[in-house]
Design a protein around this ligand. Structure first.
Ligand SMILES: [Mg+2]
Length: 234
């Protein structure tokens, strides 16, 4: 079992708040690992939607998804622009999955999040209904001040800087340098770093050119933030 940093180093954790005040956490493939297969299942539901609802041939879907993701930030935004897709219908369809097959409570992550004296927000290009369900299955609901989702970020989404501006406004945070982001997508992390946030790439070991830092074990987050603040690691 991993050490419970919040117990061993509780007095030092207060120091984290001296520099950072707001922590934004991505949802999919960040608050739960990619190995659960949930995000992959969501992407497969997107493919089914594009084929069954929009009549797009299977062989064209991977290329279109990649093109929309690159140009618009999400598949949904591309489908809205080119196919007039109703976002509520799309989001309900792609997230219609039995989460109990993929997720289970994560008490260690809950302890880590609760040990950090930061205001914590979920910041996701998904929608609030999916985010609430995921947090419920992970038993992390009470760890966050709230959820900032794709509908609140509209017409923008991560990694657009306007999305970071909206997130700060909704979180009541005026200072980019006091914000931390944890996300599994390098392009989002790089954009956040350029925006002035301390941007952590999740799921990667060692330095990464896009990121302020990397993290592949949530248990090490308090130590990482302490180190960045120039304090001794726990
Ligand atoms: Mg993600």
């Amino acid at each position: 079992m991993r050490p419970l940093y919040h117990v061993a180093c509780a007095s030092r954790y207060y120091n984290i708040g001296m520099g950072y005040t707001t922590l934004f956490c991505d949802l999919d493939d960040t608050l739960y690992p990619a190995s659960t297969g949930l995000w992959q299942a969501i992407k497969e539901r997107m493919n089914v939607y594009m084929h069954e609802r929009l009549g797009i041939p299977w062989e064209e879907i991977p290329h279109l998804r990649e093109a929309y993701f690159t140009q618009y930030g999400t598949t949904l935004r591309g489908l809205k622009a080119h196919h007039g897709v109703d976002e509520q219908d799309f989001l309900a369809f792609v997230h219609d999955l039995p989460l109990e097959r993929y997720l289970k409570p994560d008490p260690q992550l809950r302890q880590v999040l609760q040990s950090l004296p930061l205001r914590k927000w979920v910041l996701t290009n998904s929608d609030v209904n999916h985010a609430r369900r995921v947090l419920r299955f992970l038993e992390l609901e009470e760890c966050f001040e709230g959820i900032i989702d794709i509908l609140q970020l509209a017409p923008y989404c991560k990694p657009q800087p306007e999305a970071f501006t909206i997130a700060m406004r909704l979180a009541g945070e005026d200072h980019p340098e006091r914000c931390v982001l944890i996300d599994d997508l390098p392009r989002t992390v790089e954009a956040a770093r350029r925006f002035g946030w301390f941007a952590i790439l999740y799921g990667v070991e060692g330095p990464h050119p896009a990121a302020s830092a990397t993290l592949n074990d949530w248990g090490k987050l308090p130590m990482l933030l302490n180190q960045h603040n120039g304090r001794d690691a726990c």
